[in-house]
Design a binder for this molecule. Sequence first.
Ligand SMILES: NC(=O)c1ccc[n+]([C@@H]2O[C@H](COP(=O)([O-])OP(=O)(O)OC[C@H]3O[C@@H](n4cnc5c(N)ncnc54)[C@H](OP(=O)(O)O)[C@@H]3O)[C@@H](O)[C@H]2O)c1
Length: 293
Amino acid sequence: MKVLITGAGGMVGGLLAEHCRALGDEVEAFGHSGLDITDERAVREVFARLKPDAAVNCAAWTDVDGCELDPQRAFLVNSQGVETLATGSRLAGACFVTVSTDYVFDGRRENYFYTQRDDPHPLSAYGASKLEGERRAQAASARTSVVRTGWVFGPGGRNFLATALERARRGERLRAISDSYGTPTYAADLAARLRELAALDLPGVFHVVNSGEGTSYEGFARAAAAAAGAGGVEIESVLTDSLRRPAPRPRNSRLRCLLSEAIGLKPLRDWREALGEFAARADGAPRAEARPS
Ligand SMILES: NC(=O)c1ccc[n+]([C@@H]2O[C@H](COP(=O)([O-])OP(=O)(O)OC[C@H]3O[C@@H](n4cnc5c(N)ncnc54)[C@H](OP(=O)(O)O)[C@@H]3O)[C@@H](O)[C@H]2O)c1
């Protein structure tokens, strides 16, 4: 399969490019400087020249607070950029897979797993821009698969979940939110599922997270510390509201998928098992650098 990947300089996109190469795909991977998804002319040119079988978009402006402060830029990248890629895919005869987020939900339901039956209601500009991206992509190309995920951890990531393990290993004290809940997702497992969905070419909305009941940030930090063999590290629990961040976040954004098993996809393994593998890998040599153009 010839796969075009955007956002290949990021955590998920880099792993996806590695995974597809390992499977023997012909991979055209673009980092931000190689292909800016807001540059319509460049996107059109790349699709016309490469004619991929599938395009997978991992590019996004993922700075949730930054998006809140500059919604125009958030919509330019996360909505318009995604629409441009969907149009490019349609014109090139490719299916289109784009990654979206649990932040499309408001998270007001406690002890609940959000599925495709729930109406999205984003609280933040980031969530709104991603939801608009989903909808514009679906309108631009019927062969669009939207993959909502959440709480992604993995190598090279810049968020709390991605760095908790590293900080625990260094014996650094962790501050973690105790009253927000989600379903952790290992970036490598997500990448493998993105490749499967691209090959299936089944349009729709998918929720892709690791199995298990989910956890709070504090629960994740404790599990990460244990996996790093740093059970003694100090973890200070804090409440979401005490952080006074610009963007509101859903308190509960646990996801579950109604479709994946119905079409024969195996549930992703439990997040604790995936975290164990991430910890073991992170112990060894650093991951090979992704090679986006
Ligand atoms: N991480 C999570 O917890 C999480 C949760 C839910 C959903 N997601 C979604 O998962 C996907 C992958 O996220 P990630 O964690 O891999 O994020 P990431 O590491 O921030 O990767 C995103 C990549 O997109 C690039 N990018 C930004 N603007 C671009 C543009 N205009 N054109 C081309 N590339 C651009 C970024 O480059 P620069 O750094 O140079 O700007 C970055 O390399 C995103 O759709 C995100 O919304 C992530």
